[in-house]
Design a protein around this ligand. Structure first.
Ligand code: M6R
Length: 612
């Protein structure tokens, strides 16, 4: 959360900062700001709200003789999302400016200490303490790199920092701890950024900073040091992608475009790994020997949000196909308890972004006790990917909308392939059934296409129910997590209170809430729990709830029970979450659209959650 960028060189600094921030807006949009060294002075500009507001502010200025600049896009943690709290933050003399991504956990003590020493605080942020702290050190040593290193020794928490000083106009200093920061190398210009999209238009040459490393940038040099100023020789890497024009391709929102990309995303995720129903799954990415696979005693899957729902679905498939017990846990719970993870446990981390802070901490804990860590991510250049023992990139392409859609189904495909790969290695599941599943996996793209070309009923349903303030989603078995995911989609983009329940749990409490104001959506995919979910839906109907079914069943009797039937093509029950998730994404999308919500950038959220 929060995106930072820094530039030192002779090009139009403001333009580079604004364009870079545009590529980082997925990380937050509470406020935006930038500082430039122009005509020998640090000048700071800020605006509350989206980047567009800062662009309007900057349209009024022509800045001459700019040598370096830093920019920030904020997801507020400490202090209201207003202009005052927007970054960059400065010291009292205004000569030092910095931008920060992360949380300084000991900021209260530092603020008290600095206040007692005469610093005057202008904002409510944790970040301002860092500006004063570095300025104080600068007063002693008159060197920005030294001052940043000295101040960093006093910081606790997570930070990626980019700092500039008026008296060293051609220099930027960056450092990080538990938050991403890359150095990008140009010709007579250099960059710092939270993420590669901010710089890919200008250069593909990058250095990934590690924790407690410091980068000192001038237009024609980059020096990386440790916390004591000792030079570290880091490998330069070439980004494996081309600058992509990120646009909506005629769709009203990125979310709708990304939902429609899913047939190709699924094809991509299968490509090179599954050729036909009679060939084995190829998963060279899993760096475990056949013996190690056969000896696996346990699997733990750790993830957050939508990725956690993919993990919950995978548990059903992996346990059924491989007989290996699977535990699924959300990362933020995993990291603050004594777990029994050990060297015999395979730990799978799932993350679209590969930089979710809680999941990074969790996989580091698992690595520390000797577990093999497999990462499934859409960002093979991310922190998680670089720390993995095994890495399955899901290749869904950049996902811009905050609500995850295509990355969810790409993760599911990777997880099904993984489950089948283990089953084939262990010979733990019926061969005929494995072949059937492979055949059906390859049939998923046209089935998703079919759903996407018949959206009218989903749109009608969305219109009917858009005015409701509460929703219940029910399902059982492998689709319980599909219901959770459908409810999460609706919550996050429409702000409607939608809750997913295992259908059998309704009668243990939630049924008390049911009446005509509480629509119930039943994920009713044919399989072992079909009749059970149907009975639970009948129970809801008896309490006057208005019912929606999501099903591939042809049973005509359903029409008497359900007000809307969202039909999907038939599919094997194990794979049904892929098919069932698509109408749920569309339903959430159209409801939010009818309500006029900011679909791609819902309030209070960010695409990458880099704080605890
Ligand atoms: O990048 P990750 O997959 O680790 O992100 C996890 C969650 O923050 C993410 O899935 C979030 O719940 C999405 N907004 C869901 O649409």
């Amino acid at each position: 959360m929060c995106g930072i960028i820094g530039y030192v060189g002779s090009r139009a600094v403001v333009q580079i900062l604004l364009e870079g921030l545009g590529k980082l807006e997925y990380r937050g949009y509470d406020s935006a700001g930038l500082a430039v060294n122009s005509a020998g002075k640090i000048k700071v500009f800020k605006a509350e709200g989206k980047l567009q507001n800062l662009k309007q502010v900057m349209a009024n200025y022509t800045l001459s003789d700019t040598t370096a600049g830093i920019g920030h896009i904020r997801w507020a943690t400490h202090g209201a999302p207003n202009k005052i709290n927007a970054h960059p933050h400065t010291c009292n003399c205004g000569k030092l400016a910095l931008v920060h991504n992360g949380i300084v956990e000991n900021y209260k003590e530092l603020r008290e200490e600095l206040t007692a020493e005469g610093c005057v605080f202008k904002t409510e942020t944790d970040t301002e303490t860092v500006a004063h702290l570095i300025a104080q050190e600068y007063g002693r040593c008159q060197s920005l790199p030294k001052a940043v290193r000295a101040a960093a020794k006093r910081l606790k928490g997570a930070y990626a920092l980019c700092v500039m000083h008026q008296d060293e106009p051609n220099l930027l200093v960056g450092t990080r701890k538990n938050a991403p920061l890359i150095v990008a190398l140009g010709e007579n210009e250099n960059y710092l950024a939270s993420d590669c999209p901010a710089i890919i238009e200008y250069t593909k040459r990058v250095i990934y900073l590690d924790d407690d490393e410091f980068a000192v940038l001038t237009p024609d040099s980059v020096l990386i040091t440790d916390a004591d100023g000792k030079q570290i020789f880091k490998k330069e890497e070439i980004l494996p992608w081309e600058p992509v024009a990120i646009n909506k391709m005629g769709y009203k929102h990125f979310m709708l475009k990304e939902i429609h990309e899913q047939p190709d995303v699924i094809r991509n995720a299968l490509s090179g790994k599954l050729h036909d129903m009679n060939s084995p799954v190829i998963l060279d990415e899993v760096k475990l020997t056949a013996d190690e696979i056969r000896n696996l005693k346990r699997i733990e899957i750790i993830a957050c949000g939508t990725s956690l729902h993919a993990a919950m679905i995978a548990k059903y498939a992996i346990e059924a196909f491989t007989n290996i017990p699977v535990d699924v846990e959300c990362s933020s719970e995993y990291i603050y308890r004594k777990t029994v993870t050990d060297a015999k446990t395979l730990v799978i981390g799932i993350s679209q972004s590969g930089e979710t802070s809680d999941t990074i901490t969790a996989i580091r804990q698992a690595k520390a006790v000797g577990s093999h860590v497999l990462i499934i991510t859409n960002r093979p250049d991310s922190i998680m990917a670089r720390e993995a023992h095994s890495l399955i990139p899901v290749n869904a392409g950049i996902e811009v909308s905050v609500a995850a859609t295509k990355s969810f189904n790409a993760q599911l495909i990777a997880l099904y392939l993984f489950a089948l790969f283990i089953a084939e290695t262990k010979k733990s599941f019926d061969e005929g059934y494995i072949a059937k599943l492979k055949h059906e996996l390859l049939q998923l793209p046209p089935k998703v296409e079919m759903i996407l070309s018949h959206k009218e009923n989903i749109m009608k349903c969305a219109k009917t129910f858009a005015s409701f303030r509460n929703f219940i989603y029910i399902a059982r078995g492998i689709n319980y997590a599909t219901a959770l995911e459908g409810a999460l989609k609706l919550k996050e983009i429409s702000y409607i209170n939608a809750t997913g329940y295992p259908a059998g749990e309704l009668k243990h409490g939630p049924i008390a809430m049911l009446d005509e104001t509480m629509p119930v959506l039943a994920v009713l995919m044919p399989g072992v729990v079909y009749d059970k979910v149907l009975s639970n839906a009948e129970e809801a109907k008896a309490r006057n709830a208005r019912l929606i079914a999501l099903t591939s069943s042809e049973d005509a009797a359903l029409e008497n029970l359900f007000e809307y039937i969202l039909k999907v093509p038939p599919v094997d029950e194990y794979l049904s979450p892929v098919i069932a998730s698509v109408p749920l994404q569309l339903l959430a999308y159209y409801i939010a659209e009818f309500l006029g919500k900011d679909v791609d950038q819902p309030r209070n959220l960010a695409k990458s959650v880099t704080v605890e």
